[in-house]
Design a protein around this ligand. Sequence first.
Ligand code: CUA
Length: 351
Amino acid sequence: MRLLWVKSSRLVAVLITSLMVFVITGCGSDRIPKDILAPFSQATSETADLFYIVFWIAVVIFILVEGLLVFFVFRYQRRTQDEHPEQYHGNTRLEVTWTLIPAVILAVVFALTIRTMGSTGPSTPPPGTGVPIKVEGHQWWWEIQYDSGNVLTASELHMPTGQVMNVSLDSVDVIHSFWVPSLMGKTDTVPTHDNKTWILANVPGVYDGQCAEFCGTQHANMMFRVIVQNPPDYQQWLQGQQAPPVEPAAGSLAAQGKAVITDPANRCITCHAIKGTTAVGITGPNLTHFATRGCFAGCKFENNHDNLTKWLTNPEAMKPGNLMAQVLRAQNVQLTPDQVNALTAYLESLK
Ligand code: CUA
């Protein structure tokens, strides 16, 4: 008994500690977590409301049914060996009642669900003109296209407050699902099939998004961020993205990095594009303004010097199965520490 007590106290201590670590590290930033019950938009508020209505109806039914069950078990249990229950054959009034009540409850839940689907569903955006963007799923990262494809970015979707984003969804490989739990519901991205959805947010902030359809080894690490900004900030960001990046100073480490990335032998330009350079690949993330992004590789990593260095040295170890590691291995490319250092400096200059 005492051993059990010690063991369970230890378990509780471990649970509390891990919870604290999670709270401090996982939710310590200013990011709004993936939580459908912490709604930050009209659409998710309505969805959460519907959840609570159905939840509380279920709670009342559960208590009623289980309560009656327990009551009958005790109230009508056999008390003597020769005691027999009274025999019944059908009770029309009772049967009609227990059919009608659930039917009415289900009809109410159905009506509320249809109403919520109508106002929050992907095919019914709020009226008015929206900003058209395209989101493309890749194993395992997201590409976001603005301005008819003139601006290509990855992992971070910027949008202004108070304006509907009309999102056209596509995938280059398998089925993914685009989802920002605190802003909007899921919509699948299906190869060769153009799906549509929309996002409307009024509170500036950084919202976590997630691929919600199993799509391979790194499905869980196919994340993204939605950065909701005041319209002037959004416009400033968009203009920055439309311009080519600043050219690194001649002879600088970043300039050496540019030479590394544009050297065809290193294969970077087969997949990546950087405006104003010979890098025009389309299968990997567009790197034109890489340094303006807070995360990379499906938001698995914060965009910092240390992570970039590790990534360029050994992408397979960082995110097993990713396409870049496969291409480099197939082409027998391994960057030297000096090349990695220069390349990191160049990527950090791409503002
Ligand atoms: Cu993409 Cu799961």
